[in-house]
Design a protein around this ligand. Structure first.
Ligand code: GLN
Length: 541
């Protein structure tokens, strides 16, 4: 069967939530029994998101096959069953890289290599490659209509309709309705943005209009008239409390019905009860817990998108609201630790890079270990936990990581010998899914209910095995290892309510409909701690 394509563009301003919109369309189509794939086309020149600063571009999402991608792929995987890989995020850099390689290989047979047709053809080929022979391939074009750099992508999707036909392609444009202070709603920017699209030959079929509140029918009619879109295809997307509500609001507005009609797909009614129940659990929690989230990029929510979401999922699993108390590890001086962490029912030390704030993280681990507060360390968080244990329990006071202090005999965390001398920073880390074998009888094996797992990685440094006997002799449990290369994957402490750290990123596989067991268990432990904390007379207050 011919795969149908939905192309999503955005206009007026950036940051309207095209990623969530695409993901939510995925949820709706799956709920109608269709298979979907999702893909993001990014107009920037970087080959991938791996070398971009999280402050600027948000989290780098790692796929199963180890691609470092845009955070929208995280939304796609959380909202759907699509299994994404490096084919599903394509940048201008990758397109030019492919074209230039072909040029050097002589594949263009002496012709002048040009944006039209060669670059455009390459984009079209990538779109087809990413479609995975599913029922509907959802393709999001990054950036905003009118940007110089997104033009080749827009030309490519324009040609796609020409190549594969009207009933196999759908153009959805996401735009903003501007609110004036006096309460007036302005549609002009939307008209201009659609006008810009039409200039390049794309007439959108459906408009998704972001608004603060409800869009009156009168305004919908006006938008329809001036943009040449059916009034039923003007979909209102009001601000919602939780992003997981979006598929439900889209459905109420009839978006999936419209899509099915335009693409001539006769499917059953959507089955959304499970999703609605999940949103209900999220929005009507029975109680709450507070987690101290210790990291470096805490000022920008996007930098830890998947981790934030996974903690929310842990809350959904326990019908609890999870309040995240962001703590910048640079502020965690000796004096500050207790003040900043004492209200937390659980402490999470987040992934990260670089020496800044590292000592604050070590102090946060020490506090969690000594005060017996549930502790979860992820990636750098595991490395900090091993350093803390080595220094304060295993008698290696100068223990550290090679990332912060290269070439020292007491680096309990260091680069693997085979990685030394590796050049460049792009794509050179240990990336993607690797298996781990869990030790029977450990907490982590109990949490997973299995002893063979597979989780995604993004790191360069490792626990040095030569120190493991000393760490183990002083009580640290190495609870998970990579089976072949014998790398430390997870650690835990026995005499503690919940002290666990992993070298991998479990947050990347957590979904609201399928919360990751580690996050569900951590939040449960934090809640138990809260209960016991309440019953004890508080030692700090
Ligand atoms: N900076 C550490 C490393 O490269 C940890 C990376 C991370 O937390 N993702 O190994």
């Amino acid at each position: 069967m011919q795969t149908k394509f939905i192309f999503i563009t955005g206009g007026v301003v950036s940051g309207l939530g095209k990623g969530i919109a695409g993901a939510s369309i995925g949820t709706l189509l799956e709920s109608r029994g269709l298979t979907v794939s999702l893909m993001k086309l990014d107009p920037y020149i970087n080959l991938d998101a791996g070398t971009m600063n999280p402050f600027q571009h948000g989290e780098v999402f790692v796929t199963e096959d180890g691609a470092e991608t845009d955070l929208d792929l995280g939304h796609y995987e959380r909202y759907t069953n699509a299994k994404l890989n490096r084919k599903h995020n394509c940048t201008t850099g990758q397109i030019y890289d492919a074209v230039l390689r072909k040029e050097r290989a002589g594949e263009y047979l002496g012709s002048t290599v040009q944006v039209v047709p060669h670059v455009i053809d390459e984009i079209k080929a990538k779109i087809l490659e990413g479609s995975d022979a599913v029922d509907v391939a959802i393709v999001e074009i990054g950036g905003t209509v009118g940007d110089i750099e997104s033009l080749p992508f827009l030309e490519a999707i324009r040609q796609c309709r020409h190549d594969i036909g009207r009933e196999n392609t759908l153009f959805i444009h996401l735009t903003l309705i501007v609110y004036m202070e006096n309460g007036d709603m302005k549609t002009k920017p939307t008209q201009h943005s659609v006008g810009k699209l039409r200039e390049i030959g794309i007439q959108p079929d459906i408009l998704i209009c972001r608004t603060k509140g409800d869009l009156p029918q009168k305004i919908k009619k006006k938008i329809a008239l001036f943009t040449n879109v059916e009034v039923e295809a003007v979909i209102n997307a009001p601000d919602v409390k939780s992003v997981y509500q979006v598929p439900l609001t889209f459905n109420k507005e009839g978006l999936d019905e419209q899509i099915a009609e335009y693409l001539k797909m006769w499917t059953g009614k959507p089955k959304l009860q499970g999703w609605a129940d999940m949103v209900d659990r999220f929005q009507n929690p029975s109680d709450e817990v507070t987690i101290a989230f210790v990291g470096k990029y805490v000022d920008l929510r996007d930098s830890y998108e998947s981790l934030n979401e996974a903690l929310v999922h842990g809350g959904i699993a326990n019908r609890l609201r999870v309040n995240l108390n962001y703590v910048n590890s640079e502020d965690l001086s000796e004096k500050e630790v207790q003040k900043q962490l004492k209200k937390a029912h659980g402490i999470l030390v987040a992934p990260g890079f670089g020496v800044r704030g590292a000592e604050g993280k070590v102090r946060a681990v020490q506090y969690a270990r000594c005060e017996k507060v549930p502790f979860f360390g992820i990636c750098l968080g595991l490395q900090m936990a091993v350093i803390e244990y080595a220094r304060n329990v295993a008698g290696i006071p100068t223990a550290n990581s090679g990332e912060f202090r290269p070439n020292h005999p007491d680096n309990v965390i260091d680069i693997m010998p085979e990685q030394e001398g590796q050049e460049g920073t792009g794509g050179t880390m240990r990336l993607g899914a690797y298996p781990a074998t869990l030790k029977p009888g450990t907490r982590i094996a109990e949490v997973y209910q299995e002893d063979k797992i597979s989780e995604r990685h993004r790191h360069r440094y490792e626990v040095m095995n030569e120190f493991v006997p000393r760490l183990e002799a002083s009580g640290l449990i190495i609870s998970g290892r990579h089976p072949e290369r014998d790398l430390v994957e997870t650690i835990e402490l026995p005499d503690h309510p919940w002290f666990l750290a992993c070298q991998f990123h479990p947050e990347l596989q957590s979904k609201p409909m399928k919360p990751h067991p580690l996050f569900a268990s951590f939040i449960r432990a934090a809640y138990q701690y809260k209960q016991s904390f309440k019953s004890k007379s508080s030692k700090y207050e």
